[in-house]
Design a protein around this ligand. Structure first.
Ligand code: CTP
Ligand code: MG
Length: 166
């Protein structure tokens, strides 16, 4: 899951500048995505996720026959892009529900990246998804993701990378 987990913190660290929605409003008068979703965050986050995946593929090659699931360029790319697309779609709906940038939205804030990453895998490489993400693995991901999410956001808040600890 690292190629899906890395993009968010990297976007928080390196993001900023031009917002993806170019400051445009939706038909309801609120921002499409808001200032928290920027091109730089999207691109650096996705690249960082893919690079993380490439390192995992390289590491797996050093330990044959590793018992860990095998990544491919496609699987890591879909995980990285899906994670931040999920985050973007979540922000779209957050704005529709009139939630300010950075407002808390339990469940959606924690699972947007998992939903986005798995949905993209389902479309782009379903064979890999079903062969690799077994039911126990999926349940483990559902349990560990909110824990990791909270922990990284508290760290980000302490180091002043994030404005709120969620
Ligand atoms: N970020 C970015 N580009 C992205 C995603 C995130 O630049 N595509 C950066 C922004 O600086 C953002 C920070 O990472 O403020 C934290 O991300 P997140 O918590 O997802 O955004 P929020 O500011 O909470 O905005 P929203 O309410 O839309 O979730
Ligand atoms: Mg947020």
């Amino acid at each position: 899951m690292l190629p899906a987990y890395i993009p968010n913190p990297v976007a928080a660290l390196l993001g900023g500048g031009t917002p993806i929605d170019l400051k445009k409003n939706f038909s309801d008068g609120n921002r499409i995505f808001g200032d928290g979703k920027t091109w730089r965050g999207l691109i650096t986050g996705i690249l960082a996720g893919i690079i993380t995946g490439l390192i995992l593929i390289w590491l797996a090659g050093l330990f044959p026959p590793a018992s860990l699931p095998k990544h491919t360029l496609l699987s890591v790319t879909l995980l990285a892009i899906g994670a931040l697309l999920g985050d973007l779609v979540k922000s779209f709906f957050k704005r529709r529900f009139k939630k300010e940038r950075g407002a808390k939205w339990p469940i959606a804030d924690q699972y947007d990246l998992v939903a986005g990453a798995f949905l993209l895998l389902l479309i782009g490489d379903p064979a890999w998804l079903f062969a690799t993400v077994t039911l126990p693995a999926f349940l483990f991901i559902l349990i560990i993701t909110p824990v990791l999410h909270r922990a990284t956001n508290i760290i980000g808040y302490i180091f002043k990378v994030k404005e709120v600890p969620w």
